[in-house]
Design a protein around this ligand. Structure first.
Ligand code: PA5
Length: 448
């Protein structure tokens, strides 16, 4: 079985000699903290052995319930936000047809997402298009109290119940939440929804390989077994028993930290295939929420190339030298498309006739990499042989594993997110939520 490949040569050139090798020992110490569960946030390490711990019975149950719902409906609305949304969305977008919504040969229900924003237009538009559809709902919230998904679920549940009746609606709703606590758990018990548990010791952004990600992914017709297989492969080659030179999680965490220490405050996740757009968003949440605290942390950003070469390309080539790029490159396209010969050749593109579009994309990728490195942008290169479940599983686990090692190297707790509460407190005070009266008076004085 082939592994995805990490190449850091074009980033090492930007660092003083020996600095990288000196970081091997500290990075391995951080990996040890993780494996021995002695570092900050060690109550949230349930994801670490998930790929090897998950058993056939668990995956069979996920697939069975997904198949039941698939037989009932044409559309499923998955309700969730942050870690309860991005992993599933990333995998489904990466592996499904790019124009799934218009595909007439689809074998699985169309997966739509809600509860990831508070936009009235978005949810109204969604209600409009599902009004005459056979649809089901999967509601995902670990806490069971997050405002965005809770509100969207209230509205969608009300819509579905009015459309097909409370009893039938109950059979088409699946809840994924905490085992015991939270409003969603209580509601699911009362209404008799089918439920899956989010383990206590797995934080939202590390939960894609729990039912949070696996259930919607299975619903979309993607093989969760192959995804887990890929993650399991990466779990093995990033263990404590692997030498740091051969451990891609150690290599990635060291190189990005060294670049950060040398003034590279921004990491740009680059793709050359729009199917990876949401993987970038998932990665941004994983690293942004894990590392950005105590006034520290690399700012994770992303671009889609070659699209954004025509917008952000100028800045990356010649703007402030505070960034580095992490390119996720796919060796082989899943589909073939050859450029045709044209008699008139008015566009002067006959020199490309007979080549595949992918070849052109690859040359754009190599050309861009060379230009950006020449322009002073260090380059980390991750190559995946092709876009499938197995390699995506590897990639997901690689990023998950490297993230806390990197966070420990920066000196923060990668498993909390205290900063996320600030906006919620203000929003609740402004909306007059009971318990926020004092804050409401203070905040209103300041702005109105
Ligand atoms: O990573 C995290 O912890 C967050 O992004 C959460 O996943 C997000 O806030 C949603 O929380 P919940 O699943 O409790 O609704």
């Amino acid at each position: 079985m082939e592994s995805i490949k990490l190449n850091i040569t074009r980033a090492l050139n930007f660092l003083p000699e020996d600095e990288y090798s000196k970081q091997m020992v500290p990075a391995m110490e951080k990996l040890k903290l993780l494996h021995e569960k002695t570092g900050a946030g060690s109550d949230f390490l349930g994801w670490l052995n998930l790929p090897s711990a998950i058993n056939d019975k668990q995956t069979r149950e996920i697939i069975a319930v997904a198949n039941e719902l698939r037989n009932e409906v044409d559309v499923v609305v998955v309700v969730g936000i942050g870690g309860s949304y991005l992993g599933a969305k990333a995998v489904i977008e990466a592996l499904n047809h790019s124009f799934d919504q218009l595909l007439t040969t689809r074998k699985a229900p169309l997966i739509m997402f809600a509860g990831q924003n508070l936009s009235q237009d978005y949810l109204s538009d969604l209600l409009e298009v599902i009004d005459d559809k056979n649809y089901g709902i999967v509601v995902i919230s670990k806490s069971g109290t997050t405002t965005e998904p809770a509100l969207a679920f209230r509205i969608l549940k009300n819509h579905l119940e009015s459309k097909i009746g409370k009893k039938q609606a109950g059979k088409r709703i699946v809840a994924i939440t905490d085992e015991k606590k939270g409003a969603l758990k209580q509601l699911a018990n009362e209404e008799g929804y089918k439920t899956f548990v989010i383990p206590d010791d797995v934080g939202g952004r590390f939960s894609v390989l729990t039912p949070v990600g696996l259930f919607p992914i299975a619903l979309a017709g993607v093989s969760i077994n192959n995804l887990i297989e890929g993650a399991r492969f990466m779990e093995k080659i990033t263990g404590l028993d692997i030498t740091p030179e051969k451990n891609p999680a150690i290599q990635y965490s060291i190189i990005r930290n060294l670049l950060y220490r040398h003034g590279r405050k921004i990491e740009i996740f680059v793709n050359y295939n729009p199917k990876l757009r949401f993987l970038a968003k998932w990665w941004k949440q994983l690293y942004g929420e894990s590392e950005g605290k105590e006034g520290k942390g690399i700012y994770p950003s992303s671009v889609d190339f070659t699209t954004d070469l025509h917008s952000m390309g100028q800045y990356i080539q010649e703007g402030e030298r505070t960034m580095f790029e992490t390119v996720v490159s796919i060796t082989k396209s899943n589909k073939q498309l050859t450029i045709p010969h044209d008699k008139t050749n008015l566009d002067k593109l006959n020199y490309l006739a007979g080549k595949s579009l992918d070849e052109v994309n690859k040359m754009a990728e190599i050309g861009t990499m060379l230009a950006h490195v020449d322009g002073g942008v260090p380059n980390i290169h991750i190559e995946i042989p092709s876009l499938n479940e197995f390699y995506l599983g590897q990639l997901i686990y690689l990023f998950e594993k490297a993230c806390p090692v990197s966070g420990y190297l920066i000196g923060i707790n990668p498993f909390n997110q205290p900063g996320v509460e600030a906006y919620k407190k203000n929003m609740f005070a402004l909306l007059g939520k009971p318990g926020f009266e004092e804050e409401s008076v203070r905040i209103r004085k300041n702005i109105f």
